[in-house]
Design a protein around this ligand. Structure first.
Ligand SMILES: *Cc1c(COP(=O)(O)O)cnc(C)c1O
Length: 229
């Protein structure tokens, strides 16, 4: 099932790229594997997938040792400062930085390890009460503050759009995120590349690609519904 789903998702990615006049290589599919057993991740791996996303540090730490080392783990969920240590040598990117104290903790741990951690600033583009993420208007300030810290590279922005049956209703938020990213990039801040826009999930990744997503995070569309216990 995973293999078939991946073929279908790939087809949709290609369609969206074609519509937007973008190259397929400019969009990376992150397979969101939270709650799913290692066997399903192995299926995705066998089908050629190398980018996996988890929203809990604990789950990355549990799964990573059981799977091939060339998997690129993305930390996409809310991150507590006391968990940062554990994720530093496992994640290739942290998508969910939405406050300065968290950025400072990641910076400190990166310096200790003599490494640079690419991070994305999570933006609450729709201003939903229930969501993490910084407000659009405050994003540039946080980018500037984080960029001044050692051991961090500000690689771009991330957003979790509202859950909706109609993906078109999220187009505006994706567009706003891209415009903000272009705006910040134009300011040529040291340590800020703004090469990435992490946006689009199962319900809306085609629209996100049309609006410039470089990293899409797809779970249900590949692995099926999640059963939370
Ligand atoms: C779970 C999750 C996803 C994937 O959601 P689906 O709708 O299952 O594709 C994407 N991003 C984040 C941050 C998530 O927590």
């Amino acid at each position: 099932m995973v293999r078939e789903n991946l073929i279908a998702v790939e087809e949709k990615i290609r369609e969206a790229c074609a519509r937007a006049g973008r190259n397929r290589e400019d969009v990376t599919l992150i397979c969101v594997t939270k709650t799913k057993p290692v066997e399903m991740l192995e299926e995705a791996y066998a089908a050629g997938q190398r980018n996996f996303g988890e929203n809990k540090v604990q789950e990355i730490c549990l799964k990573a040792p059981q799977l091939p080392e060339d998997i690129r783990w993305h930390m996409i969920g809310h991150l507590q400062r006391n968990k940062v240590k554990q994720v530093m040598d496992k994640a290739v990117m942290i998508h969910s930085v939405d406050n300065l104290r968290l950025a400072e903790t990641i910076s400190r741990e990166a310096v200790k390890r003599n490494m640079v951690m690419p991070i994305l600033i999570e933006v609450n583009a729709a201003g939903e009460e229930s969501k993490f993420g910084i407000a659009l208007e405050e994003t540039e300030q946080l980018v500037r503050q984080a960029a001044a810290l050692p051991g961090l590279q500000i690689a771009g922005l991330m957003t979790i759009a509202p859950y909706t049956e109609d993906p078109e209703s999220n187009r505006l938020y994706f567009r706003q995120l891209r415009e903000l990213s272009v705006d910040i990039k134009s300011k040529c801040i040291d340590n800020v590349t703004m090469d990435h826009l992490s946006m689009g999930m199962t319900g809306d990744y085609q629209v996100a690609i049309e609006e410039g997503a470089t990293l899409i995070r797809v779970g249900t569309g590949i692995f099926g519904e999640r059963n939370y216990v």
